[in-house]
Design a binder for this molecule. Structure first.
Ligand code: SAM
Length: 241
């Protein structure tokens, strides 16, 4: 079973996302154990202080090194796996994508550090962190929502959790965006479902979906087509478009 420790000074923020729907199911079914680790439990002073003023002056506070070092060391010491990967959520990290989610879903133990204020003391990053991950080119107030995003993307890919087919055609899996979906009713407010989807002809449906995927990707993310594995038929269709 995969274990994910999320180190935060606001564990309450993350209680909701892991108590609902698919992530809850993954926890209940024993695919993953997720622990919210309160960084303040690794302080030794009366005020349970986790932050301090930045050397050199300037705006904001910085998460102190001592509680983070003690927390990460403790979590590693109590880990059943011989390798624990420490991930720092930071807007300065590598932009997280589906390949990262797939790669990390094979790890046994992840420790995620959620920054706050101006971030964490640089010595934490240098000494403890294996990977720095950003969820996009914008700045959040803290790493908790980023950790929720990363955990969600990883957990749904845990081997055996979702049916293989569920992620096979998914956006980014084969470098294309997924085709559009329809459900009942067949006609809603005058808008009809494409007849091919009602035909029961699986070959035709699968060709239609492939074309829709190609069309969408070309319209919205032409950059993805450069690394996609395209057949001669795909290329002919794109030229037609
Ligand atoms: N001073 C930092 C900088 O300019 O790079 C930004 C700090 S931000 C206000 C506080 C914390 O939110 C960060 O330490 C990080 O953990 C988290 N965070 C903010 N934006 C993020 C992003 N795009 N991806 C992942 N984590 C982010």
């Amino acid at each position: 079973m995969m274990k994910i420790d999320v180190v935060t000074i606001f564990p309450g923020i993350l209680e909701g996302p892991f108590k609902e729907s698919m992530i809850k199911r993954a926890i209940d079914k024993g695919f993953v154990e997720i622990n919210l680790v309160d960084l303040r439990d690794y302080t030794h002073d009366q005020h349970r202080q986790v932050d301090d003023y930045p050397y050199g002056g300037g705006y904001g506070m910085v998460l102190k090194p001592e509680p983070l070092f003690e927390a990460i060391e403790d979590l590693k010491n109590h880990s059943d796996s011989h390798h624990s990967r420490v991930i720092l959520l930071t807007p300065q990290g590598k932009r997280f994508d589906q390949q990262d989610a797939r790669r990390l879903s094979t790890d046994a133990h992840l420790i995620m550090i959620c920054g706050r204020y101006e971030g964490v003391d640089e010595r934490v990053r240098i000494e403890l962190v294996d990977e720095e991950v950003s969820i996009g080119d914008f700045v959040l107030t803290g790493g908790e929502l980023g950790a929720a995003v990363v955990v969600d993307a990883i957990v749904r890919l845990l081997p055996g959790f979702l049916a293989e087919e569920a992620s096979a055609d998914e956006s980014f899996t084969g470098s294309l965006l997924e085709y559009p979906h329809y459900t009942r009713p067949a006609i809603y407010r005058g808008m009809a479902v494409p007849p091919v989807l009602l035909s029961g002809n699986h070959g035709e449906i699968s060709r239609w979906r492939r074309k829709q995927s190609l069309k969408r990707t070309q319209e919205r993310r032409p950059d993805l087509l450069k690394k996609a594995n395209l057949s001669k038929m795909d290329q002919d269709y794109l030229e037609e478009l």
